[in-house]
Design a protein around this ligand. Structure first.
Ligand code: NAD
Length: 425
């Protein structure tokens, strides 16, 4: 089987789907690998390093494989270059980008979305949502520190004592926990809030304080570990209560999300107005509508003398390690798709293969993607359940699994170990 890797074409996308270490492992499994020249350049991987790992470099071949591995969703032009019957693996935004799914189905491509890989223990090494959220959370912590005109740690100097900065992290999923860990390492006093009460212990284990809002909200965790969308009334109470907490903070890093939906609005203008001048909000949810009312995606705006940063595609801003982790996710998934000789052998009875598949035989087969494309669902189970891997029969999910409830610093190591297990190696 030939696996090809193009140079990413999307604006600002600096990651690459494979790095030499994983190319070497796949080569050893019998996979022939070809990359577009310069595919790894933005991640600081020269072509020669891929060649040393047993891959070949050929102009115009990046989209020619039996299997094509990508990072960003393909453009119409890229889809037109995929051959009928080819397999495409990458981020495809299946719950929101119905047009791409339609185009892939029409092109006869069998596509697999990294977002739709079930979050079960066996698939941890393939969990690109987690690996890239780890990068985003870390970068968000750094951005917050960088944009503040204040120290994060407490300092006692001859010129006086500096009090530590207070940082609030909203949403303590994978990205939020990493933002907590990063801000803590930089010396901030960190508070964190989530609607899932199960994260209280994880937040505390990272040295942060769990914020309890007295709004009569029961635990909002649904089966599978994800948060449910709050009702309008609950959201209103939450926003008002949070405004009091936010007013006392130097920095806020917001990461709250509900799969397949617009990000919940948590920070209203009144809350921004009540912050101290010079405070900073980093809104990681900028791409999906923002957790802050004043966020502009891809921009930094200043309102009421508060800086509101709305970063887009933060993982691409740290391409070397983001690509390394992503390549491990890709390698683990490809290992699941091949036989002992390295030939393509897709087993649609495998819940990971079936769960991640978006298009097949000229059709959109993923319910969430069908909904996004305006089609009727094919099977039982809600779109969110399918996309987030929380459908029936997936009770294997570990919830606060590896990398969630301990210092997030060691998550990549655990991901690495998990990958060895996951690939049967
Ligand atoms: P996510 O990106 O979907 O959401 C980020 C966080 O926002 C979540 O913690 C969510 O509870 C929170 N949130 C949603 N609405 C909110 C609101 N109104 N106010 C405050 N916070 C709000 O989440 P994620 O990082 O992808 O992880 C979600 C779950 O999946 C977690 O339970 C995590 O432990 C679990 N998970 C499991 C595995 C695995 O088993 N392999 C891997 C990764 C994550």
């Amino acid at each position: 089987m030939k696996l090809s890797v193009p140079q990413e074409a999307a604006e600002g996308e600096r990651r690459v789907a494979l790095v030499p270490e994983m190319a070497k492992k796949l080569s050893a499994s019998g996979v022939e690998i070809v990359l577009e020249p310069g595919a790894g350049e933005q991640s600081h991987v020269p072509d020669a390093a891929f060649e040393e790992a047993g891959a070949s470099i050929a102009a115009g071949e990046g989209l020619s494989g039996d299997v094509v591995a990508k990072v960003a969703p393909p453009s119409a032009d890229e889809i037109s270059k995929l051959r009928k019957g080819a397999v495409l693996i990458g981020f495809l935004a299946p719950l929101t980008d119905g047009d791409t799914a339609q185009a892939l189905a029409k092109a006869g491509v069998t596509s697999f979305a990294m977002e739709a890989i079930p979050r079960i223990t066996r698939a941890q090494s393939m969990d690109a949502l987690s690996s890239q959220a780890t990068v985003a959370g870390y970068r968000a912590g750094l951005l917050c520190a960088q944009e503040l005109g204040r120290f994060l740690p407490m300092l006692t100097t001859a010129a006086g004592t500096i009090r530590p900065a207070k940082v609030l992290v909203l949403g303590a999923g994978v990205a939020g926990l990493q933002a907590i860990a990063t801000s803590r390492r930089l010396g901030a006093v960190v508070h964190a809030f989530d609607v899932r009460t199960a994260v209280e212990e994880q937040i505390q284990s990272l040295g942060a304080k769990f914020v309890k809002l007295d709004i009569g909200l029961e635990d909002a965790e649904e089966a599978g570990g994800y948060a449910r969308a709050l009702t309008d009334e609950e959201q209103q109470r939450q926003r008002e209560a949070l405004a009091d907490v936010i007013a006392d903070m130097d920095g806020v890093i917001s990461t709250a999300a509900v799969p397949g939906r617009q990000a919940p609005l948590l920070i209203i203008e009144d809350a921004v107005e009540r912050m101290k001048p010079g405070s900073v909000i980093v809104d990681l949810a900028a791409e999906t509508g923002g957790n802050c009312e004043l966020t502009e995606p891809g921009e930094t705006v200043v309102a009421h003398d508060v800086k509101i940063v709305g970063p887009i595609n933060l993982p691409a801003s740290m391409p070397d390690h983001a690509s390394q982790l992503y390549a491990k996710n890709i390698q683990s998934l490809v290992e699941l798709m091949i036989d002992e000789e390295g030939g393509l052998a897709l087993d649609f009875d495998d819940e990971i293969i079936a769960g991640a598949c978006i298009t097949r035989d000229g059709e959109i087969v993923h319910d969430g993607a069908r909904k996004a494309a305006g089609l009727e669902e094919k099977a039982s189970g809600t779109a969110e359940e399918k996309a987030s891997g929380t459908a029936e029969g997936q009770d294997e999910k570990s919830g606060s699994a590896d990398g969630q409830n301990e210092d997030a610093e060691t998550a990549p190591d655990r991901a690495e170990r998990g990958a060895e297990r996951g690939s049967g190696g």
